[in-house]
Design a protein around this ligand. Structure first.
Ligand SMILES: Cc1ncc(COP(=O)(O)O)c(C=O)c1O
Length: 513
């Protein structure tokens, strides 16, 4: 089914038995050293009801090499950022540099206790302080907190700050300002953050061009109950909201504040600053723009950056520098309080600082330019074969649809599955929701020309297959250990645990339930 295609990766062993099926009686993985203390009866150590009496029946009997090879073989089925291009739009799956990982493992940082005294943690506090300073410079927003643990957490922190600010400004009358405006293209976490922070949400339409509809914005602002606007820029269609200054003016004139979802900052760093555009508060995703891991080495960090006016409302403790020393300041009466234990995910801050310092200003700007250039290269390369609903040049990501392929019954999901046969991780599909059959592609700056060309060639080949042999695409993936799953059933009735069969006849492999 896949002959003739150029794969960029292959699985070395597509058929791996369960570890239980590899079991051979008498195989041993580890021998305990001889007892060199006085033996105690088991009953003295473990209460009887917690002891098992089945001699570990059903557990696999395997050697160390059996175990290592089993798991290493399975690890080759995982697609990872270290294997190749990961074009998940909106996720900014860029390479996580090994240098940043080394920095995060420096013993003095990695082993520092979070309750260490300020005097003993000066270096660690300096790292947080300096990263805050750099992020303030990059965003043009001087108040920074690194506490939030993810993008959505940073959003919620920012929206809580807006609420606290409005409460301080209007007193009881702030209860009449509880509407948050959010464009219809927004990421789902935006309305969720607004709702959790006590706001009701009104949706702003996008224009046919894919930008915020200014007339609709004015109309909604005229109601007098607007607390603010949550806007992603570039928006989730990959387009720069070129009216951003006007958007901010309209919201400010209506007495609201502007929150920018900064998850797409990879298109702006070193080139344009949200603070200069009129934005009041923003979150960043260090696990996107600043190359810290999304998984594995995660969890993430979603710093919240704001104007001087909003700074007193940031979470405590703040890290301040006086007479060359760093200290924790808890005395911030207007603060929304703490949003995360200790200082947030410190390992992410070390990696992000290493990323920032190793790039420097020129390097950060170059990374941004390369990310945008790569997305535009793909946009150009695929326009002949796929419907591109918006004509403006994209920023760091580009959206296509399945409009042409769907005439042959081939839809976005099928194209994404077929891409796996070509050795690529699929793009983001069916997001943003306002684009029917959306395929959102974000290459990032971490891919070179050769890989971009391979990706374009794969996508164009799939477009041809959709026309000439749609069944091939509809049945994909063909080249993986497991074919297409019933994703709804997998989500609704997940099978998360293997249960050993209490074997009457020993050899039968256990069932899965
Ligand atoms: C535009 C946008 N906003 C917010 C988020 C939320 O970030 P996180 O997943 O870190 O909570 C994402 C995540 O993909 C996003 O793409």
């Amino acid at each position: 089914m896949t002959s003739g295609i150029t794969k960029v990766t292959t699985h070395i062993s597509p058929n791996e038995q369960l570890i239980f099926e590899r079991s051979q009686e008498g195989r041993i993985g580890y021998r305990l050293p001889a007892l060199d203390v006085e033996e105690s009866p088991v009953d003295d150590l473990i209460p009887q009801q917690f002891q098992r009496d089945d001699d570990l029946q059903g557990m696999p009997e395997v050697s160390e090499v059996d175990v290592v090879r089993h798991f290493i073989r399975m690890s080759t089925w995982n697609y990872s950022i270290d294997i190749g291009m990961y074009p998940l739009g909106s996720c900014t799956m860029k390479y996580n540099s090994r240098l940043n990982e080394r920095v995060a493992r420096i013993a003095g940082f990695a082993n520092l206790h979070p309750l260490a005294d300020e005097e003993d943690a000066q270096g660690a506090l300096q790292v947080i302080y300096e990263l805050q300073e750099y992020l303030a410079e990059i965003t043009g927003l001087p108040g920074v907190s690194l506490q939030p643990a993810a993008g959505a957490h940073g959003e919620m922190t920012g929206i809580m700050i807006i609420r606290a600010f409005l409460d301080a400004r209007h007193g009881a009358a702030a209860a009449g300002r509880r509407t948050m405006l959010i464009p219809d293209s927004a990421h789902g976490t935006n309305p969720a953050s607004a709702h959790l922070s006590g706001f009701s949400v009104k949706t702003i339409r996008s224009t046919a061009e894919g930008l915020t509809d200014l007339d609709h914005l004015r109309e909604l602002c005229a109601h007098g109950d607007v607390a603010g606007l949550m806007l992603t820029n570039p928006n989730t269609l990959g387009l720069f909201e070129r009216n951003i200054k006007q958007v901010c003016d309209i919201v400010h004139e209506a007495g609201g504040l502007v929150y920018m979802d900064g998850a797409n900052m990879n298109a702006l760093v070193g080139v344009a600053r949200p603070g200069d555009m009129g934005v009041d508060v923003i979150h960043l995703n260090l696990h996107k723009t600043f190359s810290t891991p999304h998984g594995g080495g995660g969890p993430g960090c979603g710093p919240c950056c704001c104007t001087k006016e909003l700074e007193p409302f940031l979470p405590v403790p703040r890290i301040v520098k006086t007479d060359g020393a760093f200290r924790l300041d808890h005395d911030q009466p207007k603060s929304i309080g703490r949003v995360k234990a200790f200082f947030g995910n410190y390992g992410m801050m070390l990696r992000a600082l290493a990323y920032t310092l190793t790039h420097g200003y020129d390097g950060l700007r170059e990374a941004t330019e390369a990310a945008v250039l790569n997305a535009r290269y793909i946009a150009e390369g695929l326009t002949s074969d796929y419907d591109k609903p918006f004509t403006s040049p994209p920023m760091h990501e580009v959206v296509f649809t399945d409009k042409r392929q769907s005439r042959k019954g081939v839809h976005t999901l099928d194209i994404a599955k077929r891409l796996i046969d070509y050795g690529f991780h699929p793009m983001t599909i069916y997001f943003p929701l306002i684009v029917q059959g959306a395929m959102l592609i974000e290459p990032t700056e971490s891919v070179g020309r050769q890989e971009l060309d391979q990706f374009i060639a794969a996508m164009r080949s799939i477009a041809r297959e959709a026309l000439e042999n749609p069944e091939l695409v509809l049945g994909a993936p063909h080249d993986t250990r497991i074919g297409r799953l019933d994703e709804a059933a997998a989500a609704r009735k997940p099978v998360l645990r293997w249960k050993p069969q209490v074997a009457e006849t020993e050899a039968t492999p256990a069932s899965v339930s």
